[in-house]
Design a protein around this ligand. Structure first.
Ligand SMILES: NC(=O)c1ccc[n+]([C@@H]2O[C@H](COP(=O)([O-])OP(=O)(O)OC[C@H]3O[C@@H](n4cnc5c(N)ncnc54)[C@H](O)[C@@H]3O)[C@@H](O)[C@H]2O)c1
Length: 435
């Protein structure tokens, strides 16, 4: 099937190469010329395990192409995916400008019937608004193509995106009343449904809500664990034991029940914010979502305050990890971006290391920091070391060597990856969360 994916970021690029890998004929479209030039060379502009190999293989096979020109991608295309970003506005609502521009552009250049699919995370009723934009644009052109709007939200996790796309738990598709669109979507996903990956059909509105509900629920689980961490600190409990004891109940489950410095990244913060905005807009109270957001902010602030309170004046601090989570170079809403300015403003010297995200971080971090090649050069003569991202290579650090490398002894374990006793035996002063 011939498809186009508009927006070749974390979601669009992974979708484009995975659909190509599944045998479809795919055009990736992006307004970023530099990105498209790299993609044509087989270079992935983002870090995602396995992505570049898949990109190269499908470019060579001629199954995926890239362009900045939507008109070039549209002829004969049966399905157009919109995978542009929907970042938060100041008032927490989702910025949908790019989504509507894409819907309008598709209607402007279409010369046949096309199924238009929103893969971006968009608030409920955005599909309806896209349908209105498309209908108006077609009417202004005086043409009458059938361009139904479908919701097909994405559930991939950065760092596991290829596997999540090739072997999804479920494919959610929301369609309002187009049998043709349903048939096209069925055909598109045949390579996956044939291997028993289920499509869950529903209305467009339900599908739009499923995505926010899923992220809101997962973020809530993290905030629940973080809420408990403060209770444990005040009462002598150990949050790791508490969440382990809870998580072994299969009605609760252990995943996303870990306390730390709170969630970050491109999805949880913005989707929780968008739900808060939706609550305001609809008048429907969503108190669990507001609490999820407030706890996340509070958790980050109270841990950072602890770090600042412990540090001596003019300290040297080594930060391990810059990306918002391991296995990605994504820096969006990463805790490092909040902590670095606080430390620099307080007069401390900041050294940083991340196994993958350094290049991306260098384009974002404005403060004067020292960029280091590994954990030990980051820790050398430092008064304190702070773990911000639980990369595997930090989990196995030799804590005795770390202590010998440092000048001071404070180890802030923002991800609870070390055993407090191991750190203490190595002579470190251990500061975990909820322990
Ligand atoms: N990143 C994730 O892990 C993830 C997971 C699930 C869902 N989502 C959702 O998917 C959507 C995309 O997220 P992302 O992380 O891939 O964003 P991104 O910022 O990485 O990518 C967006 C891309 O769209 C391009 N773009 C913007 N306007 C365009 C236009 N008019 N025409 C063509 N290209 C245009 C940008 O240049 C960029 O390359 C968001 O709604 C997000 O919430 C993201």
């Amino acid at each position: 099937m011939k498809i186009a994916v508009i927006g070749t970021g974390y979601v669009g690029l992974v979708s484009a190469v995975c659909f190509a890998e599944l045998g479809h004929d795919v055009y990736g479209v992006d307004i970023d010329e530099e990105k498209v030039a790299k993609l044509r060379e087989g270079i992935s502009p983002i870090y995602e395990p396995e992505l570049e190999d898949l990109l190269k293989r499908n470019l060579e096979a001629g199954r995926v192409k890239f362009t900045t020109n939507l008109e070039e991608a549209l002829p004969d295309t049966q399905v157009v995916f919109s995978a542009v970003a929907t970042p938060p506005n100041e008032d927490f609502s989702a910025d949908l400008k790019a989504v509507f521009i894409v819907a309008q552009s598709v209607a402007k250049y279409a010369d046949h019937d096309i199924v238009f699919v929103n893969k971006s995370t968009v608030p409920v009723s955005t599909g309806e608004k896209c349908a209105e934009v498309i209908a108006k644009t077609l009417k202004d052109r005086g043409v009458d193509y059938n361009i139904p709007v479908v919701s097909n939200p994405e559930f991939l996790r950065e760092g596991h995106a290829i596997n999540d796309t090739m072997a999804p738990d479920r494919i959610v598709v929301g369609i309002n009343g187009s049998d043709w669109a349903k048939k096209v979507m069925e055909e598109l996903y045949v390579p996956l449904t044939r291997t028993s990956k289920p499509i869950v059909w529903m209305s467009r509105e339900s599908s739009e809500i499923v995505k926010y509900a899923s992220n809101g629920f997962l973020a809530n689980k993290i905030s629940f664990a973080n809420m408990l961490s403060e209770l444990c600190e005040a009462t002598g409990g150990n949050v790791r034991d508490v969440t382990k004891g809870m998580g072994m109940d299969d009605r609760i489950g252990p995943r996303f029940l870990h306390s730390g410095i709170g969630y970050g990244g491109s999805c949880f913060p913005k989707d929780v914010k968008a739900l808060i905005a939706l609550s305001r807009e609809t008048g429907v109270p969503l108190p669990l979502i507001q609490a999820t957001h407030d706890i996340n902010q509070h958790q980050r602030e109270r841990y950072f305050k602890k770090i600042l309170d412990v540090l001596p004046a003019n300290a040297t601090v080594g930060l391990l990890g810059l990306s918002f989570k391991p296995r990605t170079d994504d820096m969006r809403e990463a805790p490092s971006l909040d902590l670095i300015p606080l430390l620099v403003k307080a007069g401390h010297t900041v050294r940083v290391h991340d196994p993958i995200a350094m290049d991306n971080a260098k384009t974002i971090v404005k403060e004067d920091v020292e960029w280091k090649d590994d954990a030990f050069s980051t820790a050398e003569n430092a008064d304190a070391v702070v773990v911000l991202t639980e990369w595997d290579e930090f989990r196995g650090l030799d804590l005795n060597k770390l202590k010998l490398t440092m000048k001071g002894s404070d180890l802030f374990d923002g991800r609870n990856i070390y055993e407090p006793d191991d750190a203490r035996k190595a002579g470190l002063t251990y500061h975990g969360i909820g322990l």
